[in-house]
Design a protein around this ligand. Structure first.
Ligand code: DP6
Length: 366
């Protein structure tokens, strides 16, 4: 599919005055990372993620028909509430999102909106809410489009376009729409994959990955030191960028096989290497950043000691921050949980951590 396939023209808004939709959408954790993008939110390399379950955003989009004399006004009209409070500072990002998706959803300007959102995780936890937040909003917009569309809209189109729109809000958000394992970026070995939207990974997945856990250790609960927008830009002219993008494509091929074979040792190796590569890219860019904190390193070393002692398959991954995601299979849960409580929680800010696991994707609540 191309961008043109996502333009909805001539939708009749005359029969829909007002209404609302609520979507609950999960966060996701990348195994092979997206870091570096071209114009229009096109990724430099393919990425793959596990969809989470307990970390989610709940968004209600209420819409009301605009007076016809206002429709030609250039800006979209909306109010944003986060956890019950009006949030002016959230508006610019959403305004940019509306502007970017305008050409694909021209009906948007015919309504006024109230956006009410909340996260299951603390806002200042250092967990990025852009993936779940933007996918929730994109799905609400799609529900509105579906109600306006005179013809039956297939689920396939609905979710593809939702992911397409979410991507325009935040790249990783396109992986928070549908499915437990999602691939974003055109890759020769992943059927149906595209730079424009995320697709559910449809290959056979070994039972070792069923109910996989992600315990998130909140090492640094502050705002992110480097926004992802700034971070992605660091890959322009980066001396190792091209090699990194090639490596990510190779890692997708490898992880595809690992997900099938259930080879947990190989999984650990690739996931940790991806996390450290992401941080290495930030350390070797100009300007350069170290986003890990001393406690991030302490945790990593503890994990490595734990693995050497137990031969279990607990591994870590990182986003563009200091928090650590602990990934491990269901059958190692008890031992790992004991280890986490005894050895790792001391390195978390205020002892905060979140127990999550692989989830299924977004859900419409009304
Ligand atoms: C390190 O999706 O937050 O989490 O497209 O600029 O909104 P924008 O970036 P964003 O980048 C996420 C980067 C990452 C890795 C990943 O999730 O793949």
């Amino acid at each position: 599919m191309t961008e043109k396939d996502f333009i909805s023209n001539n939708l009749d808004t005359s029969n829909l005055e007002t209404g609302k939709f609520t979507w609950k959408t999960p966060s996701n954790i990348a195994l092979v990372k997206y870091w570096g993008k071209k114009k229009h939110q096109i990724p430099e390399n393919t990425s793959i993620s596990f969809t989470l379950d307990a970390c989610f955003t709940l968004t209600t989009l209420t819409f009301e028909k605009r007076h016809s004399e206002l429709i030609s006004e250039s800006r979209h009209n909306f109010e944003v509430y986060f956890e019950g409070k009006k949030k002016e500072d959230f508006k610019p990002k959403i305004a940019t999102f509306f502007d970017r998706i305008e050409q694909y959803c021209p009906f948007l300007k015919e309504y006024d909106y109230k956006i009410e959102s909340r996260n299951s995780f603390p806002h200042s936890s250092g967990i990025a809410s852009s993936a779940s937040g933007m996918s929730a909003l994109a799905l609400c917009v799609m529900s509105l489009e579906k109600s306006l569309s005179g013809v039956e809209m297939t689920d396939e189109y609905f979710y593809k376009k939702a992911s397409f729109l979410a991507r325009l809000g935040s790249g990783s958000a396109c992986r928070s729409v549908k499915g437990s394992i999602v691939v974003w970026g055109k890759h020769g070995e992943v059927e149906g994959s595209s730079n424009l939207y995320g697709v559910e990974f449809k290959d056979e997945v070994h039972s070792n990955f069923k109910n996989f856990h992600d315990t998130i250790l909140l090492v640094d609960e502050g705002e992110k030191q480097v926004s992802s927008t700034v971070g992605h830009k660091l890959m322009f002219g980066h001396p190792f960028a091209e090699k990194r993008f090639e490596q990510a494509e190779e890692n997708i091929s490898k992880i595809k096989e690992i997900l099938k074979s259930g080879d947990l040792k190989a999984f650990v190796n690739i996931v940790e290497s991806e996390a450290l590569t992401l941080h290495a890219m930030m350390m070797t860019s100009n300007p350069y950043f170290i986003l890990m904190k001393p406690n991030t390193l302490k945790i990593i070393n503890k994990i490595w000691e734990f693995r050497a002692e137990t031969d279990l398959n607990l591994c870590f991954t990182l986003d563009a921050g200091a928090n650590v995601h602990l990934l491990y299979p269901e059958n190692e849960r008890e031992v790992v949980n004991k280890f986490v409580v005894k050895e790792l929680i001391q390195y978390c800010q205020n002892n905060h951590y979140i127990c999550d696991r692989i989830g299924k994707g977004a859900k419409l609540l009304n």
